[in-house]
Write a protein that binds this ligand. Structure first.
Ligand SMILES: O=C(O)CCC(=O)C(=O)O
Length: 265
């Protein structure tokens, strides 16, 4: 069920096209996200123990893939009507869902280098294109100025990285911290120049990332391993969204090495 009218959805889409992101405030159920947080924290602990040495996102900052099972295989989140309406307008009605993961800075994390999450499609032209890869981000805690807000420079998704860097250095654009309450959702074009900032509190700051791509785009570094037994319980729309992902006998068979190492472009 949609919360937003067609006109509001158009306006949120226009903001995402212009600024590179839009935010839907108080959108997801806080009780649902509290269940996600409870289930996530042991996964984070295990990841830090087993793969923490990879340090693939910087000091005390971890990228953890979520298993496609309860509570994370949640259609109230990944099939949300408003989010999908905006995603469809930005990357096509036939978009697919390619990523279900989290970014978590802990105490001791640092500023990341300013980066994009994807290279341009046609680097030789120096021209950017309409959107092709989105991140739907929502935190599992309130994000404040103290616990490592994501920072982004508005409008830089339509510039080359070099021009974006130049405008940042010249003070023509600036990095803005995006503070979010539990339940808020940000839909962003992954080309916008951004960085993670230090979490200065003892509590982890998990941010979920659900990736939606144009139907012709494959990012081999990410995928969602869908257990065969879950397929029957999925709606036709969910099956359509997940259609290019590997089907596995059990999520526990998932390769336990994180392959998403190169992340900054
Ligand atoms: O703090 C965040 O969630 C952003 C992290 C980030 O941009 C990255 O690891 O690519």
């Amino acid at each position: 069920m949609s919360r937003y009218s067609e006109k509001e959805l158009e306006s949120l889409t226009a903001a995402a096209l212009r600024d590179g992101f839009c935010v839907l405030r108080e959108h997801f159920s806080r009780a649902t996200l509290e269940r996600w947080r409870e289930a996530f924290l042991p996964l984070l602990e295990k990841h830090v123990e087993e793969q923490g040495q990879l340090r693939n996102r910087g000091r005390e900052r971890y990228y953890v893939t979520l298993p496609f099972r309860e509570p994370f295989a949640d259609s109230s989140i990944f099939e949300d009507d408003d989010v999908l309406a905006i995603v469809g307008r930005l990357v096509g009605e036939d978009a697919w869902m390619c990523q279900l993961a989290t970014d978590t800075p802990l105490l001791g994390s640092e500023y990341q280098d300013v980066h994009r999450d994807a290279p341009p499609l046609f680097p030789e032209t120096g021209q950017e294109t309409p959107p092709f890869q989105l991140a739907v981000n929502f935190p599992l805690v309130d994000v404040t100025l103290q616990n490592g807000p994501f920072e982004v420079a508005r409008g830089t998704h339509l510039l080359t990285k070099e021009e974006g860097w130049r405008r940042l250095a010249a003070g023509e654009v600036e990095l803005e911290p995006i503070t979010l309450r539990l339940g808020d959702v940000m839909i962003r074009d992954v080309r916008g120049l951004h960085r993670g900032t230090p979490n200065r509190t003892p509590e982890p700051r998990p941010m979920v990332v659900i990736g939606y791509s144009r139907r012709w785009l494959l990012r081999p570094e990410v995928s969602i391993r869908v257990p065969r037994a879950a397929l029957d319980g999925l709606s036709p729309r969910a099956r359509q969204l997940l259609r290019f992902n590997p089907v596995v006998e059990s999520v526990d068979d998932a390769a336990d090495t994180e392959v998403y190492q190169a992340f900054a472009y």
